[in-house]
Design a protein around this ligand. Structure first.
Ligand code: ZN
Ligand code: ZN
Ligand code: ZN
Length: 287
């Protein structure tokens, strides 16, 4: 079985072949910040071959011996240049169904406060059995964040921000754009009014990728580490903040799953939040 995959903008494209195995949801802080979602899902593929973009990846050394590769144009987390021959691939980038299903939650001790892990699959607080635990450090709140504010920061720490209060809206989006953008099962974001948001530092090194043809949809990410950061687009009614990189509990909780008709074939929604095939009625047509 051969499955195609690509980043959001299409600069990187690849084909993976089975056997596919070891699909797991990683809740570590590095994955949450790198992908911008509540967790990342990786699957082991038998082989991988780039059809576009090979060698053009950006990369950030996220922990000893491990770099995170990304598309410098759109920020999607693509396989690294040394991945040919088979490796772990962010499942959100895949266009088809690898057939395997998630077998475990790993690094659950770092999980986002809104993730309940109620799907009944194995939960490991740290590394899965048989893997060395790299001893990841949980980062603290970014320097300069004020008491009582809800702060977030990118993986390298160069970009940091804070919001004054709980979000007006928080939710999960399963559209194929969000899945490619985050390389995850779905994206989780919150929306706050411009007046309740402040950049702490690093605004000048935020790369803005605008998806052609979309009104506001795109990706805002740190130039150095490619972690998604708040999307502060002129004309947009609110600022969209990716939930994964938050350093504080957002206080609010997700209220719905949207674009469920496009969800990943390998992911089953375990919770009882309202689900909408596309946008909830009356909420416009983004993303
Ligand atoms: Zn791209
Ligand atoms: Zn991880
Ligand atoms: Zn960064």
């Amino acid at each position: 079985m051969t499955i195609g995959g690509s980043c959001l903008c299409g600069r990187f494209a690849f084909e993976v072949e089975g056997p596919f195995s070891q699909m797991s949801h990683c809740h570590c802080t590095i994955c949450r910040k790198a992908h911008g979602s509540g967790f990342a899902t990786y699957v082991s593929a038998g082989s991988l071959r780039f059809t576009a973009g090979s060698g053009e990846q950006g990369s950030y050394p996220s922990s000893p011996g491990l770099s995170r590769a990304f598309c410098p144009s759109c920020g999607s987390k693509v396989p690294g240049p040394d991945a040919s021959g088979g490796t772990f691939v962010a499942a959100g980038l895949l266009d088809g169904d690898p057939g395997v299903r998630p077998q475990a939650h790993i690094y659950a001790a770092d999980r986002a406060p809104w993730e309940e892990l109620s799907d009944g699959i194995a939960i490991f607080e740290g590394a899965p059995p048989g893997y060395p635990d790299p001893g990841l450090e949980t980062p603290s709140r970014p320097e300069g964040a004020r008491e009582g504010r809800i702060a977030g920061s990118c993986l390298c720490g160069d970009v940091a921000w804070e919001q004054q209060t709980a979000p007006e809206i928080m939710g999960h989006c399963h559209c194929s754009r969000c899945r490619k953008l985050r390389g995850a099962a779905y994206s989780t974001q919150l929306f706050v009014p411009h007046a309740e948001f402040d950049w702490i530092r690093g605004r000048e090194q935020v790369v803005e990728y605008q998806l052609p043809g979309a009104a506001f949809f795109g990706n805002s990410f740190c130039e150095r580490c490619a972690a998604p950061v708040p999307r502060d687009v002129p004309g947009a009614p609110m600022i969209m903040i990716p939930a994964g990189p938050l350093d504080d509990d957002p206080i609010g909780r997700p209220s719905a799953h949207i674009y469920v008709a496009s969800k990943a074939p390998w992911y089953e929604i375990p919770d009882s939040l309202p689900r909408f095939d596309e946008m909830p009625p009356g909420e416009g047509d983004e993303p």
